[in-house]
Design a protein around this ligand. Structure first.
Ligand SMILES: O=C(O)CCC(=O)C(=O)O
Ligand SMILES: [Fe+2]
Length: 335
């Protein structure tokens, strides 16, 4: 607004008021009154302010349910609002029962081509076992408790008790970190006393996906030299195209005969494969609860050298290690 216009408007108001016999102080008081918010406008503002503030609450709840962190540190390694593990089962999306209807076992396949895998199995969420698929990996001859121990001892700075907490599964053992694992007494390591079963992410890369970052509490802890060493003993399963492999994140499960992982479901985003390097493991697979009326649970036994493919985000699962050898598995996700 131009000043001359404001001045001329004021002059008009004052002269109109004067003509009407209204004293100057009353005209100024009226103008001043105009500038104050009325009670009605205060209430409107308060209402607007409150509705804005209240809108934050559903946003927070929605964010929590979708595992979207409210605050994310730049490299994605810290999630201000991590999803509590107990919520994973509660917030599963409704399952499509086609994944389990009529499935009474996991077929045991040999010579599975990449094409057949991609077309028939990769995204069906129906578990399969590919017999002997890891048999020619060097890991089959090399991996053992002692191998891991000497590998991690070679790079002692890679084992950081505090940092590895987020990605170490103790199950029912009292082994809390990789440090504890590699300091077991020789009897315990040889499974003569006090049985143990554990799992860890050998190498955890943040994959730019908030969903996974939040859930797995990923932190880049492991030494890339260790990852490289272990990778050199394995390969992407021959039936999975390297383009679809996600083996930056390698899971290792190891332990003595007896119960393995207790019944749970994961929220890792993608299905996974797991190669049985040593020992024999039986998986109990339970369909999603909402499919109970049309689907059944069943067991799958994975022998040394076999690779199981299972969508652990859809199937509840628990594992059991058969008497005999230590069980060692290496696994990863695929797209
Ligand atoms: O191998 C196991 O004992 C458990 C594996 C598991 O829970 C998984 O791969 O999601
Ligand atoms: Fe799992």
């Amino acid at each position: 607004m131009e000043e001359s216009f404001v001045l001329s408007s004021l002059r008009n108001i004052v002269s109109d008021g004067d003509n009407a016999g209204i004293p100057l102080h009353e005209i100024l008081a009226t103008l001043d009154e105009e500038r104050k918010p009325t009670k009605a406008t205060s209430i409107t503002r308060l209402r607007n302010y409150m509705s804005c503030s209240l809108a934050i609450i559903p946003c927070l709840i929605f964010g929590l349910l979708l595992h979207v962190p409210v605050l994310q540190i730049w490299n994605g390694s810290f999630c201000a609002l991590p999803t509590p593990a107990m919520m994973f089962g509660m917030i599963q999306p409704i399952a499509d029962c086609n994944i389990c209807e009529g499935v009474a076992e996991a077929p045991r396949l040999v010579n599975l081509s990449r094409k057949d895998f991609a077309l028939q199995h990769a995204h069906s969420s129906k578990p399969i076992v590919v017999v002997g698929a890891a048999m020619n990996w060097s890991a089959m001859d090399v991996l053992s408790y002692e191998y891991f121990q000497s590998l991690y001892q070679r790079y002692p700075d890679a084992v950081d008790g505090d940092m590895s907490k987020g990605q170490f599964f103790s199950y029912s053992s009292n082994i809390r970190h990789l440090e504890d694992l590699f300091e077991l007494s020789s009897e315990r390591a040889a499974m003569i006393s006090e049985r143990w079963y554990i799992g860890w992410y050998e190498h955890c890369l943040v994959r730019g996906n908030l969903y996974n970052v939040c859930l797995s509490q990923c932190r880049s802890t492991s030494d890339p030299r260790i990852a490289k060493d272990i990778k050199s003993l394995t390969s992407i399963p021959y039936f999975i195209s390297p383009m679809n492999s996600e083996n930056d994140l390698t899971w290792i499960f190891m332990g003595a005969p007896g119960p393995g992982a207790s019944m749970h479901i994961d929220s890792v985003g993608e299905p996974s494969w797991q190669a049985q390097i040593s020992g024999t493991k039986t998986w109990t697979l339970v369909p999603p609860t909402e499919c109970e009326s049309v689907c059944a649970s069943f067991n799958v036994t994975v022998n040394r050298g076999d690779i199981i493919v299972v969508d652990t985000n859809q199937w509840y699962h628990q594992t059991y290690i058969h008497p005999g050898n230590i069980s060692i598995t290496i696994g990863a996700e695929f797209r």
